[in-house]
Write a protein of this length. Structure first.
Length: 122
């Protein structure tokens, strides 16, 4: 059976603030629709990714900031760090481990992200 992960909910307290933040990180705003009262669907996709995140109102019962350890693969950790910090995003300096070099950051609600540059990956 083939399966593809395509949408991950990220709980936020302020949808518009989160949109601005994720756009600064480099996510594309795909959709922002108020379906009905209490249901707003906002989909954002990282550049080059087949998987998106969804934020909004009435999307998830998770508490804002409770999504921990989301991870994306990148080509160059130093370049990612430089780009994030140039955009005003607080991030950790690249940290190298045997399985990759990582940069970590959090959104304004405390949802955490890891960016991993995998050695020898084209």
């Amino acid at each position: 059976m083939e399966m593809k992960l395509e949408l991950v909910p990220v709980p936020v307290s302020d949808v518009d603030r989160a949109i601005r933040f994720y756009q600064k990180v480099g996510f594309n705003l795909d959709h922002d629709h108020k379906v009905k009262e209490g249901l707003r669907f906002v989909q954002l996709t990282p550049k080059g990714s087949a998987c998106s995140i969804v934020i909004g109102e009435g999307i998830t019962q998770m508490a804002p900031g409770s999504q921990k350890g989301l991870q994306m693969v990148i080509k160059d950790a130093q370049a990612a760090y430089d780009e994030l910090t140039a955009s005003g995003i607080e991030a950790t300096k690249p940290e190298t481990m045997p399985w990759g070099t990582f940069v970590y950051f959090s959104d304004p609600d405390g949802n955490t992200w890891a960016l991993q540059a995998i050695p020898n990956r084209a």
